[in-house]
Design a protein around this ligand. Structure first.
Ligand SMILES: [Zn+2]
Length: 469
């Protein structure tokens, strides 16, 4: 199968051609895979694709991808970047329940400042870029200082990834029956005003946007029904995405049943949240009716495999991702915060999604490497409201590409299918990560971040957050 150059491609040399890939998997509607594949990017956008039977156009820069698999840049659908300041902070045996977890970590996180928000964003996005990610969501739901998201957005621009930061919030503390520590409870009107300011200042709806701001009360355990409804109305009025956590833990289920007399997803339904504007993190234990409801309303799910495993012993076992996909629910993949995953490799979460599904479903209905990668690309793009713009290699889409060497030690013996090999072998790190035609990672090295300096600054911030000094 071949693809011609876009008629809009200039006769002048193009900006970038990546050529001679062992396989270039487009993750377009047809599932196109191009042997000996090439793609051309000009002015940040993909303008040509082809296989070994066609000759790529001239370009100012030509990258040899022999021995490589070429994929769309991965899309991280759920994240709390600030949490990498507290990696492996509380040993698991000290955190017996979700409520314990909240209180243990919130003590440290209440010290978050703008410098810490910025450097945790730099370090987290850098690690994501090394794992082939070109777009990341982030959900910052505690704001002990103003302007933390301004600092994050500036940091994300410097790293060069596309960024979908969600202005999260917590509005009910213990006095109102919620789990948010009193010092972190925000007034709803202030939350809404600040969210509107961030959207006005930073949100860019254009197809090649680098910043899309969303609205996101944290959970039903820390956000009032009023906050959920008013946040949803604000997202509708501003035409931005809507995000939250739901159905992630037995503690949450018990809390919501006691407060509302309904299951968590039923409460989201009652509050008018179930629409294609919404994407929800976790959704670990939906029943059949709820799966059908998610499919019918167009809600997307951000599946975070490590979080479900680190939480341990969920009553229903791994989440029913295969049944959700079969029912037509859009599912993306997220790393979640470092307290859940303690790493920010989207490649690893994608592999874990594949394995966790196989553990639940068995081989007969196995999730393939391609199924998992489709969630990590197309699924994430749709969750962030960016279908057609990112998450696929097709003419007119943004030039967001991940290139993976499969001629190295972990892949020795992979002959039949390099895409399955990429996901079953590893560990894998991207050889190149290209965002809008620009190299963020090249030859396995970050090109936009000074790693030693960033790590030193991150260590100082972690000490402030964890040790209070
Ligand atoms: Zn989360």
């Amino acid at each position: 199968m071949t693809h011609e150059l876009s008629p809009t491609a200039a006769t002048e040399p193009l900006d970038l051609v990546i050529r001679d890939a062992d396989v270039l998997a487009c993750f377009d509607d047809a599932g196109t895979e191009l042997a000996g594949g090439w793609l051309a990017i000009d002015d940040g956008v993909i303008v040509g694709l082809g296989d070994r039977t066609t000759t790529p156009p001239a370009a100012r820069e030509v990258v040899d991808a022999r021995g490589c698999v070429v994929l769309p840049g991965l899309v991280n659908a759920h994240q709390h970047l600030y949490q990498n300041l507290t990696r492996a902070y509380a040993p698991a045996e000290q955190v017996e329940s979700l409520t314990d977890w909240f209180w243990t970590y919130f003590t440290a996180w209440a010290r978050l400042d703008a410098d810490a928000a910025a450097i945790s964003t730099t370090v987290g996005l850098a690690e994501l870029a090394l794992s082939g990610c070109t777009t990341s969501a982030d959900h910052l739901y505690l704001h002990p200082e103003p302007a933390l998201m301004d600092a994050q957005i500036e940091a994300a621009r410097a790293v060069g990834l596309r960024f979908s930061p969600v202005r999260g919030s917590m509005t009910i503390g213990p006095d109102d029956g919620g789990v948010c520590p009193p010092g972190l409870v925000e007034r709803l009107d202030a939350v809404l005003d600040e969210t509107a300011r961030l959207v006005a200042e930073y949100h860019d709806p254009s197809p090649d946007s680098f910043v899309r701001v969303g609205v996101g009360p944290s959970t039903l355990m820390s956000s009032s029904a009023d906050a959920m409804v008013e946040s949803r109305r604000l997202a509708e009025a501003l035409d931005v995405r809507l995000h939250s956590h739901v159905a992630d833990d037995p503690d949450e289920e018990a809390f919501v049943r006691a407060r509302y007399g309904r299951r968590p997803l039923e409460v989201f339904e009652d509050l008018g949240w179930l629409s294609d504007r919404t994407w929800l993190a976790h959704v670990v234990y939906p029943d059949e009716r709820e799966v059908a409801m998610l499919a019918a309303t167009g809600v997307s799910v951000a599946h975070c495999p490590s979080m479900t495993m680190i939480d341990g012993g969920l009553p229903g076992g791994p989440p029913p991702i295969r049944p959700m996909l079969d029912a037509g629910v859009n599912v993306g993949i997220g790393c979640d915060g470092a307290t859940a995953a303690d790493h920010q490799s989207l490649w690893l979460e994608t592999k874990l999604a594949m394995l966790l599904s196989r553990q639940r479903e068995g081989r007969a209905t196995a999730m393939s490497a391609r199924d998992a990668l489709r969630m990590a690309t197309r699924g994430g793009a749709r969750a962030l409201g960016r279908e057609g713009e990112i998450g696929q290699l097709s003419i007119g889409a943004n030039g967001d590409v991940s290139v993976w060497r499969v001629d190295t030690l972990p892949y020795a013996g992979v002959l039949a299918d390099p895409i399955t090999g990429l996901m079953q072998c590893g560990p894998a790190w991207a050889w190149h990560t290209v965002v809008g035609g620009r190299f963020v990672v090249r030859d396995g090295q970050l090109r936009t971040v000074d790693v030693p300096r960033s790590l030193e600054r991150h260590r100082r911030a972690s000490e402030r957050i964890q040790l209070g000094r």
